[in-house]
Design a protein around this ligand. Structure first.
Ligand SMILES: Nc1ncnc2c1ncn2[C@@H]1O[C@H](COP(=O)(O)OP(=O)(O)OP(=O)(O)O)[C@@H](O)[C@H]1O
Ligand SMILES: [Mg+2]
Length: 347
């Protein structure tokens, strides 16, 4: 009698436990299929987004693509070619006012240098652009787009690395630029901590990371992660720093490691030439005197191109092939360009 009771109890608990695991399995399966369904929908949305791209923005169309597209800045461009060319390219600091072609020149010079015989840059050497004003230093180092950062398991959630307690390394611009150029706009805005770290990387050609979760003895840590913690992440690149500040405002330690190059403000005829080139690329024909008139409202290459783009868009919208003074005035007024009282003289 007692044995029968025991058997019944045993059977009862076996059924309960069996049911419990069965329900867990069903629950997990329905979770899996919900994730799979969501993921499929998201993938379809991604593919749809990729199939529907816009045309090239006008800024892309007017951006200098080769050395001959650059207007003025002959000395600066020559100095850049000397500094970046040859067997041993150097780090560079470019000084100059905003919008006069510092970034544009660096890009086209780099493209040219890559084609020269002695250069250590390969044809697909990267040119990584980063604005120093967007690289706020975060003391905990959770996100550092310049140097890269370590994602400790505590921040990774339930992913494979997170649950195995493995810290993950997210490389920064200095490593993405490995083998090429890191163009750091507004380099004068880096904090002193960032500047010191950057100088160390320039010297070592690698970035070292630390994590409380990394220990040599932890056998869970994959070989590539161990390699980075032990030997550092490669970051061998040439730095081009650009700044609108004065040389005296830039740390001496950085200046002494770089070739210093100066870009000038653009003259009126140079701004005219930039507007002429831009309207040409945008397939609009504008009378020379109107170009001169527009240029007299601009101060640099960027706003010259912007006026040309607005004018070209207005004409396209209104199905006109050439502008008159009223079209130009409308653009100048709507973009709040300050009029000079004598600027209509000669029209
Ligand atoms: N000297 C130039 N020759 C031809 N185009 C120019 C020149 N300067 C500026 N431009 C035009 O203006 C755009 C902006 O120039 P760029 O970004 O090179 O200026 P920048 O000096 O780097 O400015 P910032 O200091 O604001 O970064 C270029 O893409 C180009 O279309
Ligand atoms: Mg720039």
């Amino acid at each position: 009698m007692f044995t029968t009771l025991m058997n019944i109890t045993q059977f009862f608990f076996t059924v309960v436990i069996g049911l419990y695991f069965l329900l867990q399995l069903v629950g997990q399966k329905s979770d899996d299929s919900a994730i799979a369904r969501d993921s499929k929908q998201e993938l379809e949305r991604l593919h749809f987004m990729r199939r529907h791209t816009l045309t090239k923005p006008l800024t892309e169309q007017t951006r200098p693509a080769q050395l001959s597209d650059m207007i003025g800045q002959e000395d600066g461009i020559k100095a850049l070619m000397i500094a970046l060319g040859g067997k041993n390219p150097q780090h560079v600091l470019i000084y100059g006012p905003p919008g006069v072609g510092k970034t544009a020149a660096a890009r086209v010079v780099m493209e040219y240098v890559k084609t020269t015989p002695d250069t250590p840059f390969s044809k697909d050497a990267p040119f990584i652009e980063l604005d120093a004003t967007t690289t706020h230093y975060d003391e905990r180092g959770i996100a550092d787009p310049l140097m890269g950062s370590v994602h400790d398991p505590i921040y990774q959630g339930a992913g494979a690395y997170g649950s195995a307690g493995v810290p993950q390394i997210k490389e920064g611009a200095v490593s993405k630029a490995h083998g090429g150029v890191l163009f750091l706009d507004e380099i004068g805005e880096l904090s002193s901590v960032q500047m010191n770290r950057l100088l160390k990387v320039l010297e070592d050609g690698r970035v070292m990371y630390e994590s409380a979760y990394y220990t040599k003895s932890n056998r869970n840590i994959p070989r590539h992660v161990r390699d980075v913690f032990e030997n550092g992440m490669p970051a061998d690149f040439r730095l081009i720093g650009a700044t609108t500040r004065k040389p005296s405002e830039i740390p001496e330690a950085l200046r002494s490691r770089c070739v210093e190059i100066y870009f000038d403000a653009l003259t009126l005829p140079q701004r005219e030439e930039i507007i002429k080139g831009a309207v040409g690329k945008l397939d609009v024909s504008v009378a020379d005197e109107l170009i001169k008139y527009m240029a007299s409202f601009t101060v640099n290459g960027r706003d010259s191109v912007k006026i040309a783009q607005m004018l070209a868009s207005k004409l396209k919208l209104e199905h006109k092939s050439t502008p008159d003074i009223w079209d130009v005035d409308w653009v100048l007024e709507s973009c709040r360009y300050k009029k000079k009282s004598d600027s209509k003289e000669g029209l």
